[in-house]
Each structure stands twice: as structure tokens, then as C-alpha cells.
Design a binder for this molecule. Structure first.
Ligand code: SF4
Length: 327
């Protein structure tokens, strides 16, 4: 049985259920890299160019973790994953970066996925990827349909909390229904929010402080789109649209008590989306803070800032009834 490796980084957090089902339906075995560790980060930092953002460096580390375990590594060249939109160009350059930085790799499946003009273009990419494992187009289409269903099921699962395949086993994956908890909107790219090593376990830290983390993936796609449409200009980055849509939704909800934005150092997209969110949060008087992650971020600093932020929210809700004394 052919083994196909998926690095547990970047697009993994959005598309793992889809590709796992797709490859398995075509008779392949899917191997994912280990959860992120210090070794994985150090290895990624060692081989990757200095200028890359932390998630790209971490991706390199995950590829190294997989390279001797599989026949293929799946690194599609993602250009656009939604009609009329793009994703970060680093996703498009990923296969080339990996090939030039890491030696001794198995074959990389680097088919381009670009649905910017029409979503129907996905079929060509799916067929080309499927052909690595099965020559029959009919079977590939069947696998695609099953994979789409798995993807939608996973989206649905998010409504009840973070699915088990993402979080550590001992984390509960809080939901907004825990009434004694504070609710905080956790914004950022999925690979920053759900990689607990990279973000210093922020979801668990919040749980310990009796705070629910509500993430963009827990919200209905329709809600995200509707809220993002209220922006004066269309946001053409797919993840940016989702983050901004979620931010607008959080700001309107009376039961979201604060917003934390997790961003990567060196990410152009995060730098201006975070700024837009911050301006709107401040206008609405909702507590907001940002955590910037890079390979040097220290856990003690994150602990202190999480505690200070949550203390400030509790203090305000007790003493100021959400009316600021400073303007
Ligand atoms: S969107 Fe930002 S964090 Fe993500 S890959 Fe691009 S530069 Fe890196």
C-alpha cells in the first residue's frame, strides 16, 4: 500500500479530513507528521530561509519528520481555494521552497489548486492528484465526493467545539454554552490557533482561567461571509475574509468578552488584518490584545499576558460595567 505523508502544518488544519478521506478511498495510507515539538521547530528553522514566517519554518520541520516514512509527501501548490480570492503566495511557493531546502525527499505531489476563476477547475487538480493512486477517473470522482462530505462533516463538528483530531487529548475544546466561563474570540490563521506548541498552548491556558475560546472555524461560513461583506472593500484573501468576518461577529455579540489575535511575526497579511480588527474592537470598546509568535517567543511572557488580559476583562465587568473610565 502506498503511503502518502501530510505535514501537520499550514493547510493541514483546514483540509486534513478532506485529503485523508480522498487518499484512503483510493487505497493509500495517510501518514501525518508528529505534533509540533521543539525538534520539529528547530529542524524547520535550520533548513528554512530566515525571512520566512514561523508557520512556514514549522512546515519545513514537519516535512523532515515525514521524509523517511512515506512514498509521497503531499504539498499542493495552493494559489486560490475560493472563487475570486487568493491565499498567501507562500502557499504557492511551498513545494519549491521545500525542494530547494531539504535533501533526500520522496516524490512531492505538488499539483496546483487554483479555483480563482471558477470552482469547477478543482476537478482537474483532483484528477491529477488522484492519478498517483488510481487510473480510473470514476473512482477518483467518487473519492472526491466522499472527501467533500468528510470535509463538511468536520466543519459541522466544529460548531460543538474543536474536533478531537486537532486538540491534545486532555483538552476539552470549549464551547460557547459554558455559561460560567468568559468567552473570548480567538482570531488568526488556523495553523496558529490550533498548533498548541507554536501558540504555547493558549487554548488550554484560557481553559484554566475559565475562558472559552471561540474560533472562526466554530462559526457558520454564511455568517463569516455576511459579516465580511459589511467591509467597505472586498477582502480578497480567503483566510483574511474569514478572520475579519469572525471579528465583526464577535464585536456585535454581547457575550464575547474580549478578542485575542494570534499572529505570526513577518506575516504581511496578519499585520494589516490585525490592525483592522484592533481598530474596530477599540471603536466598539471590546478588550483586544495581540500575541505575535516567532521561534523566540517565550512561554512565561505568554502566560503573564494571558493572565493580565483575562484579569482586566473580569475587573472591568465587575467594576466598570463595560464603561471605560478613560475615554
Ligand atoms: S499568511 Fe502569513 S503566516 Fe500564513 S504562510 Fe503567509 S506569511 Fe506565513
Amino acid at each position: 500500500m502506498l503511503k502518502v505523508g501530510m505535514p501537520r502544518a499550514l493547510f493541514f488544519y483546514e483540509y486534513y479530513p478532506f485529503w485523508k478521506t480522498f487518499f484512503e478511498e483510493l487505497g493509500a495510507k495517510v501518514i501525518i507528521s508528529e505534533r509540533t515539538t521543539k525538534t520539529i521547530v528547530d529542524e524547520g528553522v535550520r533548513v528554512c530561509i530566515d525571512e520566512a514566517c514561523l508557520p512556514v519554518k514549522v512546515f519545513h520541520g514537519h516535512v523532515i519528520d515525514l521524509k523517511t516514512k512515506v512514498d509521497y509527501i503531499f504539498i499542493p501548490r495552493l494559489t486560490s481555494i475560493a472563487e475570486g480570492e487568493y491565499i498567501c503566495p507562500k502557499f504557492g511557493g511551498l513545494p519549491d521552497m521545500i525542494k530547494s531546502s531539504i535533501e533526500g525527499l520522496p516524490h512531492i505531489i505538488s499539483t496546483e489548486i487554483n479555483v480563482r476563476d471558477s470552482f469547477s477547475r478543482i476537478f482537474n487538480s483532483i484528477r491529477d492528484i488522484g492519478k498517483y493512486f488510481c487510473p480510473h477517473t470514476g473512482k477518483i470522482i467518487k473519492a472526491y465526493k466522499k472527501a467533500t462530505q468528510a470535509y463538511l462533516n468536520n466543519k459541522q463538528q466544529f460548531r460543538g467545539g474543536i474536533p478531537g483530531w486537532i486538540i491534545d487529548k486532555n483538552s476539552k475544546g470549549q464551547t460557547i454554552q459554558n455559561f460560567n466561563y468568559l468567552n473570548v474570540g480567538l482570531l488568526g490563521h488556523p495553523y496558529n490557533i490550533y498548533d498548541s506548541y507554536v501558540n504555547m498552548n493558549i487554548i488550554k491556558k484560557l481553559e484554566k482561567s475559565m475562558v472559552n475560546s471561540i474560533t472562526p472555524e466554530m462559526l457558520d461560513e454564511e455568517v463569516l461571509n455576511k459579516k465580511a461583506l459589511t467591509l467597505r472593500k472586498k477582502m480578497f484573501w480567503t483566510f483574511g475574509r474569514r478572520i475579519l468576518g469572525a471579528a465583526m461577529y464577535f464585536i456585535e455579540r454581547k457575550d464575547i468578552h474580549g478578542i485575542i489575535y494570534i499572529m505570526s511575526f513577518g506575516c504581511g497579511l496578519d499585520s494589516f488584518i490585525c490592525d483592522m480588527v484592533e481598530r474596530r474592537a477599540r471603536e466598539a470598546g471590546i478588550p483586544f490584545t495581540v500575541f505575535v509568535l516567532d521561534e523566540h517567543t517565550g512561554e512565561a511572557g505568554v502566560d503573564t499576558r494571558v493572565e493580565a488580559f483575562i484579569d482586566m476583562i473580569r475587573w472591568r465587568s465587575r467594576n466598570e460595567n463595560y464603561v471605560s473610565t478613560y475615554g
